[in-house]
Write a protein that binds this ligand. Structure first.
Ligand code: FES
Length: 601
């Protein structure tokens, strides 16, 4: 056993040799970016070894480390297997992340699946020994009474409140009994589990009011930043992978429930239902179901239907017998978050042509032709979330979120007005839009050659050479490389081709579109001029864009307050058609065409 000391916190940990430094740090809940899950291909897991001998720098590491970094002891933590006492300086600060928790809510009728009813127990007499259970059953004649509810009670006269769950088929089941009359309080939780962030809201189920919210980075980040890396983790850890991923997200949820309860004084025992919107993989991982089949062709999930179980079954802390409702998905890549979005945007009731798009690592698109729903999912890659970009980072303090190229220089807008330390999704999109607009990047995505610019041109000093490659200088330290532009180009090609393929399948022209709804955490931060300027969306839809915010959480909120909404979402998911782009004729050609950036006039 050796000691590991972290410079920033001064904390010391014991570790067994054998694992990589990345694994040792993650096991201690110390977060290190690891998009490639320790494969040595992303170069993001840098740490500085302050003391301790960890061996020679490998050739893999040399691909990602600058000479001055090597000199100062910087290493890729996934490539180092320490066997001594060690002092390590972390290079990524855990910063405050921006999380979108609000969104548009359509009008709907409240129709709770949880109801409360007061029952009275009279004192037993020698002449009337009616059991406690029978007295309650007499008053709740149409309610099933599981014997286990009796546990924890003793025979005491007085008023009790029966907490009753109405199941899908209308059957009523007693969840719990509470002493006294508690009919004036009933709380629930609506959750959106994103691959990156999790948002939780405490809802007063009687008034429909949101009382508090809490958000955090999905704790499964320790197992990889994206869905596929986490699935790979499950594959590589067949014994404990599924359980570890479930425990991580359940722990996050419990932490957020404790947080919203702390903010309001509501007790977790007063929470009767939890509703969750999430993509299909996150739903598998929440429920402790193997997600491997989602990661490989033909991408069949283990389940898509809605699930209604007890929260206790997966370890969520709430009232006794509290229910967990997981919204339905359509397919592996059209998850419950998209079903929620389509429902919230009332795509199933639309009397026009509406396109709904959730932009993230996967771009999910749903087209509503007067209520007939057709969907597809395109692998946009993580570039639009600021990942796989040489100086990329998530939207957090210090991230460049907007860029303008002007004659008097490059103007940057930075989250938190801090010093720039990287560029996030909206920033990378803004900079590429500007590069295209100013002609520094050509239609085919290549940087313009320096020899084609006059030295007096204001753009000339903005391009510099890195060996034989051209790159754009945002600041002295932060550059946009040709590779970065290519990443955005691939994302753009994927989304735009999905957009066109869906329209083609529906037999519609672009001009027939009435509305384009942008949903999701990342979409909300991508302004129309960036989406249009990079050609992610065609210029014709510029005036038709509507931003709907976090529709996944809103869907969970609506389901929490209405059984009718739950049934309608299940119907919607059942009737939404899914189109596999890869299996669509002519898709590769379409994708190649969509890679082109817009023409600049
Ligand atoms: S290089 Fe990707 S995690 Fe280390």
């Amino acid at each position: 056993m050796y000691k590991l000391r972290i410079v920033q916190s001064g904390k010391e940990y014991d570790y067994e040799p054998g694992a990589s430094l990345l694994e040792i740090l993650l096991a201690q809940n110390i977060f290190i970016d690891n998009p490639c899950n320790g494969k040595g291909v992303c170069g993001k897991c840098k740490v500085r070894i302050v003391s301790g001998e960890v061996g020679e720098v490998s050739s893999t590491e040399l691909r990602f480390l600058k000479p001055e970094e090597v000199k100062s002891g910087v290493r890729l933590s996934c490539m180092v297997h320490p066997q001594c006492d060690l002092e390590v300086e972390l290079m990524q600060k855990e910063r405050k992340h921006e999380v979108l928790s609000k969104g548009y809510v359509p009008k709907f009728e409240k129709d709770l699946d949880i109801v409360k009813q007061v029952v009275n127990i009279h004192k037993p007499l020698l002449t009337d020994q009616t059991p406690f259970e029978d007295q309650i059953k007499e008053q709740l004649s149409d309610v099933e009474f599981p014997f286990s509810v009796l546990r924890g009670f003793c025979f005491k006269e007085g008023s009790y409140t029966a907490v009753i769950h109405r199941e899908k088929d209308g059957k009523k089941v007693l969840m719990d009994l509470e002493e006294g009359d508690t009919t004036d309080s009933m709380y629930g939780i609506a959750i959106d589990i994103g691959t990156t962030t999790v948002v939780t809201a405490l809802i007063d189920m009687l008034t429909g009011k949101e009382l508090a919210d809490s958000s955090m980075i999905n704790a499964q980040k320790h197992f990889g930043l994206d869905v596929l890396t986490r699935i790979t983790y499950e594959m590589e850890h067949p014994k404990e992978g599924v359980q570890a991923l479930k425990e991580a997200i359940v722990a996050s949820i419990n932490e957020m429930i404790a947080d919203v309860c702390g903010q309001t004084g509501v007790k977790k025992e007063q929470i009767y239902e939890v509703c969750v919107g999430a993509n299909c993989t996150m739903m598998h991982m929440l429920l402790g179901v193997d997600a491997l089949s989602i990661g490989k062709s033909p991408y069949a999930p283990m389940f898509v239907k809605a699930k209604d179980i007890e929260t206790e079954e997966i370890g969520i802390h709430a009232s006794r017998g509290a229910r967990l409702y997981c919204l339905p998905s359509v397919s592996s890549y059209i998850g419950a978050d998209i079903v929620a979005g389509a429902y919230v945007c009332e795509l199933h009731k639309a009397d026009e042509n509406v396109l709904f798009i959730d932009i993230g690592t996967n771009g999910e698109i749903v087209f509503s032709d007067h209520g007939r729903l057709l969907s597809c999912s395109c692998a946009a890659g993580p570039a639009l979330e600021g990942m796989n970009i040489s100086s990329g980072m998530r939207a957090a303090e210090g991230a460049i979120e907007d860029v303008e190229i002007k004659e008097d220089g490059v103007k940057l807008k930075i989250i938190g007005n801090a010093d720039p330390i990287g560029v996030c999704g909206s920033g990378i999109l803004a900079v590429v839009k500007e590069l295209v607009r100013t002609g520094l990047v050509r239609k085919d995505g290549a940087f313009i050659k320096l020899k084609n610019l006059e030295e007096t041109d204001y753009r000339y000093p903005m391009i510099e050479m890195d060996g034989i490659k051209r790159q754009f200088k945002m600041t002295e330290d932060l550059k946009i490389t040709q590779g970065d532009v290519r990443q955005v180009q691939l994302a753009k090609g994927a989304i735009l081709s999905g957009f066109y393929a869906l329209l083609k399948k529906a037999g519609k022209e672009m001009s027939e579109l009435d509305k384009v709804m942008i949903a999701g955490q990342f979409g909300a931060h991508l302004p129309a001029d960036s989406l249009i300027g990079t050609g992610i969306l065609p210029a014709e839809v510029k005036d038709k864009l509507v931003y709907v915010g976090n529709s996944s959480k809103t869907g969970a909120y609506m389901a929490l307050l209405s059984g009718q909404v739950k049934r309608e979402m299940e119907e919607l998911a059942h009737h939404m058609d899914y189109m596999e782009l890869g299996a669509t004729e002519g898709y590769e050609r379409l994708f190649a065409d969509c890679l082109m950036f817009p023409e600049v006039h």
